[in-house]
Ligand binder design. Structure first.
Ligand SMILES: C[S@@+](CC[C@H](N)C(=O)[O-])C[C@H]1O[C@@H](n2cnc3c(N)ncnc32)[C@H](O)[C@@H]1O
Length: 248
């Protein structure tokens, strides 16, 4: 049954800092004279900032927590299946980038009892929510990490796997964020990217909050990651796996 996706509309806000940042974004690509980012008239829900042909969406605010924690999510996104398919080892250090309320961080935590989950977000209120949730549940291996719009602050070369769910499309500096993620990964480390399927009109999500597989692969390859596989077992999202070269 086709449903309109009204709640997200109300949750998306483009913050003042983001607008300021887009105005100053004229950085040249390292090997070319073309700017990395360009600007267009912003779409509804968009920022007007374009990366590799894709308009970047607005960033959700802390008011999205209720939506992120909605009970229907278990049916709509099969989050437990996501975690089961990540191939996590007990000792892994896994980073949840754009962690929001920590929905996925706390699902992953029991899978890495001898490791930890680094829950990274740029919104300090999200991290406060995560800390409170951890205290309440008695979970000690989820650590909040306050990043910036360009830097995850991950420890260099120490991360085994990175998960990004419904977040990458709203990073205001996707290239810089991915460069920072690649730096944080150990050689052979993986990025697991989940985005609503942009090719599928039956997925009831606004276009800027979806991504096609082709677009996602191009953007990940732009920072040196290799596409390993896409597992299509989820109701609405692509489950895409990328690897940092150099592992055994
Ligand atoms: C739609 S929420 C998704 C939250 C979570 N991944 C989930 O699926 O429940 C996107 C999150 O990404 C965060 N975010 C946006 N840009 C970011 C950046 N550059 N670095 C880290 N987090 C970012 C937002 O603050 C927000 O909490």
């Amino acid at each position: 049954m086709k449903r309109s996706f009204v709640p997200l509309l109300g949750l998306v806000s483009i913050s003042a800092f983001a607008v300021a940042v887009f105005a100053q974004e004229k950085k040249p690509a390292t090997t070319e004279s073309r700017p990395r980012y360009t600007e267009k008239k912003a779409s509804r829900d968009g920022t007007g900032k374009v990366y590799m042909g894709r308009e970047i969406s607005g960033v959700v605010s802390v008011h999205a927590i209720k939506w992120l924690e909605r009970p229907e999510r278990t049916k709509e996104e099969a989050p437990q299946d996501v975690v089961e398919n990540m191939g996590l080892k007990a000792t892994d250090v896994v980073a949840d980038i754009g962690a929001g309320s920590g929905y996925f961080s706390f699902l992953m935590a029991p899978k890495v009892p001898e490791g930890k989950v680094l829950a990274v977000d740029i919104n300090a209120q999200m991290l406060e929510f995560i800390a409170a949730k951890g205290r309440k549940a008695g979970v000690t291996n989820v650590e909040g990490l306050l990043g910036t719009i360009e830097d995850t602050k991950l420890p260099e070369g120490e991360v085994d796997a990175v998960l990004m769910v419904d977040a990458y499309h709203e990073f205001s500096h996707p290239h810089e964020m991915m460069t920072s993620i690649v730096k944080g990964l150990r050689p052979g480390g993986r990025v697991i990217l989940l985005e609503y399927r942009g090719e599928d009109p039956s997925v009831p999500i606004k276009p800027l909050h979806k991504m096609t597989q082709k677009q996602a692969i191009a953007e990940m390859e732009a920072v040196g990651l290799k596409h390993k596989e896409t597992k299509d077992f989820l109701p609405r999202q692509h489950f895409m796996v990328f690897v940092k070269p150099g592992g055994e």
